[in-house]
Every structure is written in structure tokens, then in C-alpha cells.
Design a protein around this ligand. Structure first.
Ligand SMILES: [Zn+2]
Length: 350
């Protein structure tokens, strides 16, 4: 199939995916002048294979929530530069722009939060009934095929921005590893991306990063890069570190990662998962309290008939509070500072 002239001339893969998705109804392949092989699997899903023998398989995803524009702009520019020969990949790379219809309406999602639909949740009852579910399955299928092509080390960075401000502007969730040790090198990589707050997850989830981590052993993170803003209104200087580090990664350049130091990073482990069980559940801090706001031991965090929820340790911090969830749903997560050594106690050597 002939390459669309806009793709060939300016590398506008995302633009074409959003405006003429039908161009990519059938997978297509092309070669760049530098020898890079390009496979377009579908609108918003593009894969690159370098001319050299790759030593890593890298998945970068964004726009799983459609209004989280900064990561979309970062990866759109990266894909344009690769297609136009300004950036040459040295590793296998797949870039996924997740929720194209939600981008068009500048919303987090159209029907359903896509980042609760992975690891097969898309096909559980009521099944593939909306576009987020169908797309989550398609993304999973492409990711599976991409990672299972070889036995190279795998990584997946799923890039987001947060609805709520965060005391620590950028943070990442390191998916639950089922007892395997958290990797200092990966935390240092996050630091090089300008992310110095890491939440170590303690349970399986239906997020995209957990899917890649658990199913394929990929080093994976959900990376929250700052606050949601409309397209074109991001200050890209805020994202200079993540942009340059991801580009260095795909280009096979030396990353010069900092040696891991507990002092340089804020590691948190989950302390309390607080579910709303009564209609009068309420939070005892400001509605707009940033993520990672911390409390002293004994401070009241939330209450409902029959229960008071207090900070159990000094420095316990709140994440993702939402008093308006349905009964039985999680209304608040609290996290407590931890060192990497404490977090990895009893696990195999890092
Ligand atoms: Zn998001």
C-alpha cells in the first residue's frame, strides 16, 4: 500500500490517526531511508524495528486517558522525528496512542475508564460493549504480539497526567511484582525522567502497566507527569527530562543514570486502602488537597458512621482521594515512606 504523503513528508501519524483513521484499517509496513522498518498496526498503534540487532523491546503508551495531553504531545513529536529520520531507533519500539475518540472530545474517556480494563477486564461482563473495551483488547493484543516476538528485555512506560495536583509534581506507580524485588535501576530511570516519587503497588490491578509487568515481565510504570491541560497549553519545558530520557532510551544512547540513593527519591508503599462503606463517608482534608499531602500519626483522615480513619504513622500521605465513589469502592489510599531496602526485605537480591 502506498504511504500517505502526509505520513511520508511530515510523519504526522497521530494527526492522520485522529482525522483519517480509516487509512489504517489494514496494517501496513514501510521502510525509512535509514533502514528502520515501520509497521502500522492500526490507527494510533505504530511499531519500529531498527536496522541493527536490538537489545530491548520498548513500549511507550499515552492517551489511555484522552485528555492527558502532555504525554500525547511528547510521543507524537517522537514519532514524527522517527518517521522523518531525525531520531533513529536502536531498539524495537512500539508507540501507542490509546484513546483517540476521547482525545477528540477532550475527555478522560467516552464510556469507561480504559485504565481499569486491562488483563482481560475488557472482556468480562458485560463484554466488549463500548469502544474503550474494544480498544483495550486491541492494545493488549498488539502488546502481546510485540513482546512475544523475542526474548529481549522488555519495558513499558504508560504515560499519564493527573486530574489532581500532586505535592510531588511527577510520580509513578510501580506495579505489584508478586514478591519479586523492586529494581533500583528502574527507579533511577524514573529519576532521570524527572520523576522522584514512586508508589510501590501492593496488589494486582487492571491497569495497563500491571498487564505488561505481570504478563510479560516488562519493567513497567504508570507515569504521572503533571496536571491535565488542553492540547497546546502544556509548557513543554516541564517535560524536558522525560522527553530527553525517553529519546535517549529509544536511540540507544548512554543514559548516565544516577546511582540509586534513598535520599534522592520518595518511595512510598501502600499503608491503608480505605473503602467507603456508608453514605455519610467524608474526608477530613481540603477537597483539593494535592496527592501525597502528608499527615502526622493520629490525624483524622476520613470518617463515616461507625468508623474513623486516622494516619497510622508519621508522614502517611494521601493518594487519589474521592469521597464520591459508590459504596464499597475505594475512596482513599494512604501511603507511607519506605526505603528500597525495607521494601525489598525478604526478597531475592536486586
Ligand atoms: Zn491517566
Amino acid at each position: 500500500m502506498a504511504v500517505h504523503p502526509v505520513l511520508a513528508a511530515a510523519g504526522q501519524f497521530l494527526h492522520l490517526s485522529r482525522t483519517q483513521a480509516e487509512l489504517f484499517n489494514q496494517p501496513q509496513s514501510l521502510s525509512l531511508s535509514d533502514g528502520t522498518q515501520v509497521t502500522i498496526h492500526a490507527a494510533g498503534i505504530i511499531e519500529f524495528a531498527p536496522i541493527n540487532a536490538a537489545t530491548q523491546a520498548i513500549l511507550l503508551s499515552c492517551g489511555i486517558h484522552g485528555n492527558e495531553t502532555a504525554p500525547i504531545e511528547i510521543l507524537d513529536a517522537m514519532v514524527q522525528d522517527i518517521l522523518c529520520g531525525r531520531l533513529v531507533v536502536k531498539h524495537r519500539l512500539m508507540v501507542q496512542f490509546g484513546n483517540l475518540p476521547a482525545m477528540d472530545i477532550a475527555e478522560r474517556f467516552v464510556d469507561e475508564n480504559m485504565n481499569r480494563l486491562f488483563s482481560g477486564a475488557h472482556s468480562k461482563a458485560p463484554g466488549l460493549v463500548n469502544q474503550e473495551r474494544i480498544r483495550a483488547k486491541q492494545l493488549e493484543d498488539c502488546t502481546r504480539a510485540f513482546f512475544l516476538k523475542d526474548l529481549l528485555p522488555r519495558c513499558h512506560y504508560d504515560l499519564h497526567t493527573a486530574i489532581r495536583a500532586s505535592k510531588n509534581d511527577k510520580f509513578a506507580v510501580y506495579p505489584f511484582l508478586h514478591g519479586k524485588p523492586w529494581k533500583a535501576q528502574q527507579i533511577s530511570f524514573m529519576q532521570a525522567c524527572g520523576v522522584n516519587t514512586i508508589l510501590l503497588s501492593n496488589s494486582p490491578t487492571t491497569t495497563y502497566s500491571y498487564f505488561s509487568s505481570h504478563q510479560f515481565g516488562a519493567d513497567a510504570f504508570t507515569v504521572e507527569l503533571g496536571k491535565v491541560r488542553p492540547f497546546g497549553q502544556n509548557n513543554m519545558a516541564d517535560f524536558a527530562e522525560v522527553t530527553s530520557t525517553l529519546r535517549a532510551l529509544v536511540a540507544g544512547e548512554a543514559l548516565n543514570l544516577p546511582d540509586y540513593q534513598d535520599d534522592a527519591v520518595n518511595l512510598f508503599s501502600v499503608n491503608q486502602v480505605i473503602n467507603k462503606t456508608q453514605p455519610d463517608f467524608r474526608l477530613h482534608f481540603a477537597d483539593d488537597a494535592p496527592n501525597f499531602s502528608d499527615f502526622k500519626q493520629g490525624e483524622l483522615l476520613a470518617s463515616e458512621t461507625g468508623h474513623e480513619y486516622r494516619a497510622l504513622v508519621d508522614g502517611e500521605a494521601i493518594v487519589f482521594p474521592n469521597a464520591n465513589v459508590a459504596l464499597g469502592q475505594r475512596a482513599l489510599l494512604t501511603v507511607a515512606p519506605v526505603t528500597l531496602q525495607q521494601a525489598n526485605e525478604g526478597k531475592a537480591d536486586v
